[in-house]
Design a protein around this ligand. Structure first.
Ligand code: SF4
Length: 393
């Protein structure tokens, strides 16, 4: 069947073909991401069926602490409330003692993941960042990150997951023995978002080609990798689809994408986009469902529960199978106004939709069992933590 024929084919036939194992044509995805009425119900039903066929009724989360190593950053994303200019009294680079204190508290609360999330290369533009790093004894944010990942792993046994912006292949290779997984949100492949007034104006690290290059380099290094898209930042529905296809194509080549996050923009009073409209829960559901159809049943697809507190359970109806990192200890420093739900509430909501909540590690089990994706230095610790997760079932 040609693409032209598919476009005139009813949505039900396209969905049936997808459930029968055919890939979703891009043109069909452009149409599905704007589905309404009966088509919308058919879209959700197909996406949920694809998920349940591959994943059953288990929904996972990672018990983590959030370590915001530095909130200085060289980029100026219009939706960001995490990064602070050097003159802001809230600008802060954590000391090793502070890093260890957070990780240790997490360990006491049963956390197994230390999420390092930080601004991108602030020392390239901010003298304060250079001075703070020098005082700590490091030449770059990367050098400090590497040392702190090793410190947390060795002192607390938490598995670092690195979310540090753009890293080179050499840097990722150096981090591999001290981190179980890494991540970089693709966010969007739209170059338009780099233009004046758009979300990524003034953000050299948000150039789509740079981010796609890092995703590929991580694939060459066999690093279990987290990526995703950020919706509602000025991208068109078609650009959303293009971003998902870009992720799917890289995963088809390297097989290292362990999860894809669909994250919704949230307006905040202190950001450039404070008056920008937020995407609705329905828009999230459409995007999740199309992501499931593009990426297939085996991909882990995640939506953060804290960014849609009143309705996140509905995302299960659109095909997610993971809630991401949830912390019983630290707040979401990227969205500080949005507390994570209590783990008991998360379990209850998950159960109300007919699913079972289960803990996973920063590295997903299907990657943990493949030696090429686990650095030899980490294998004993990961095996030990996997046993702990299984005992908690
Ligand atoms: S979103 Fe990330 S890259 Fe953008 S300004 Fe915030 S910390 Fe920097």
């Amino acid at each position: 069947m040609s693409f032209a024929q598919r476009l005139t084919t009813p949505i039900e036939e396209i969905l049936e073909a997808r459930l029968a194992g055919e890939p979703l044509p891009r043109e069909a995805a452009y149409r599905l991401i704007q589905a309404e009425g009966d088509e919308l119900l058919a879209l959700f039903s197909a996406a949920a069926a694809l998920r349940t066929r591959a994943k059953g009724t288990v929904v996972t989360y990672s018990r983590k602490v959030f370590i915001p190593l530095t909130n200085l950053c060289r980029d100026k994303c219009a939706y960001c409330t995490f990064a602070r200019p050097p003159s802001d009294p809230r600008a802060h680079t954590m000391t090793p003692d502070e890093v260890l204190a957070v990780a240790e508290e997490g360990r006491r609360h049963g956390c197994k993941e230390a999420l390092f999330s930080l601004g991108d290369k602030p020392e390239l533009v901010h003298a304060r960042a250079r001075q703070e790093l020098a005082a700590l004894g490091y030449a770059s944010t990367f050098d400090y990150l590497l040392a702190m990942s090793r410190l947390v792993l060795e002192e607390t046994g938490l598995l670092p997951h690195i979310n540090a912006g753009i890293l080179s292949a050499d840097q990722m290779a150096a981090l591999r023995p001290v981190s179980a997984s890494m991540g970089l949100m693709l966010e969007s492949v739209s170059e338009r978002l780099l233009e004046p007034g758009q979300a990524h104006y003034g953000c050299p690290d948000k150039v789509p080609a740079v981010r796609l290059h890092m995703l590929r380099e991580a694939g060459r290094l066999r690093i279990p990798f987290t990526t995703g898209i950020l919706i509602g930042i000025g991208e068109t529905p078609a650009e959303r689809v293009d971003s998902l296809f870009a992720i799917a194509e890289i995963h088809a080549e390297y097989g290292h994408i362990q999860e894809v996050i669909i994250q919704n923009f949230r307006a905040k009073p202190d950001i450039r986009f404070r008056h920008w409209p937020e995407p609705s829960a329905l828009d999230m559901m459409r995007t999740i469902a199309v992501a499931r159809l593009i990426l297939g049943g085996e991909m882990n697809i995640q939506a953060p529960p804290n960014l849609t507190p009143d309705a996140y359970g509905m995302y299960l109806l659109a095909g997610i199978n993971d809630w991401g990192g949830v912390s019983p200890v630290t707040r979401d420093h990227i969205n500080p106004e949005a507390p994570w739900p209590h783990l008991r509430e998360l379990a209850d909501t998950t159960r109300a939709f007919g699913f079972t909540l289960r803990e996973r590690l920063a590295i997903y089990p299907e990657f943990a069992e493949r030696p090429e994706f686990v650095d030899p230095a980490l294998r004993p610790r990961i095996a030990q933590l996997l046993r702990l997760c299984e005992q908690s079932l």
